[in-house]
Design a protein around this ligand. Structure first.
Ligand SMILES: [Zn+2]
Length: 227
């Protein structure tokens, strides 16, 4: 089995397998793409108050390979992810997401509008766990491939999301939260044609979460210093 997994990994690093979604390191460390959103001045702007969203609870279902500091970091990431997903800022950013062509649409959006994508995300019905409404369910496994450029990956036939220790160990909680959000949107049925498709739901939502999580954590640090 080990041998088979190894050869699959080699295969997918040569050709981009459509069945496997991998997050490449380059796009997490250095992202030259600046995301744009419609602002309140635009006639296309959608005010977050006009769209309803359920509350999403982040739930760790099966967590394998994490312990001590890595488990602490994961729990910090879960906590900030839940705050971000349920924030008005997240809602506003998703509703008003603008792709690189200036349109209010995600790439590889399965024909869904920003509003529909937001509402479906907040329902939390993963393709393989449609009955867990209101929950962002995570089945995670930490693995270590020092030679790999893959931050994390998953396949459509499983709940499991694999996280590479090589990158996880240096990530802040906000980067972990962004990566978890990216992988989770795959569980919600969204894909990307390549790691360059920044406008896709996984990359765009992952980036929004990472940015908002970073802001959250700064504010919390600030609050801790003050109080
Ligand atoms: Zn991906």
């Amino acid at each position: 089995m080990k041998k088979l997994l190894f050869s699959l990994t080699l295969f997918s690093s040569l050709t981009l397998s459509s069945a496997e979604y991998r997050t490449e390191a380059a796009h997490n460390h250095h992202d030259p793409h600046t995301m744009e959103t419609f602002t309140q001045e635009s006639s296309e702007y959608i005010h977050p108050d006009t769209v309803q969203g359920d509350y999403l609870t982040v739930r760790g279902m099966e967590i394998t390979g994490f312990s001590g500091e890595s488990l602490d970091k994961l729990q910090d990431a879960f906590a900030v992810l839940e705050v971000v997903m349920n924030s008005e800022e997240f809602k506003e950013r998703v509703l008003n997401f603008k792709n690189s062509k200036g349109e209010r649409a995600f790439a590889s959006n399965k024909g869904l509008s920003n509003e529909e994508i937001y509402a479906l995300l907040m329902e939390g019905r993963e393709d393989l766990q449609p009955e867990t409404q209101g929950e962002m369910n995570f089945f995670l496994k930490l693995y270590n491939r020092p030679w790999s450029s893959v931050v994390g990956y998953t396949t459509p036939d499983t709940n499991l999301i694999n996280i590479n220790w090589k990158f996880f160990k240096g990530f802040g909680a906000h980067q972990v939260a962004g990566n978890l959000a990216h992988e989770w949107t795959h569980k919600m049925g969204y894909g990307h044609r390549s790691a360059k498709e920044h406008d896709s739901v996984p990359y765009a939502v992952g980036n929004i979460v990472r940015e908002l999580a970073q802001q959250q954590l700064k504010t919390r640090k600030f609050n801790n210093l003050v109080h």
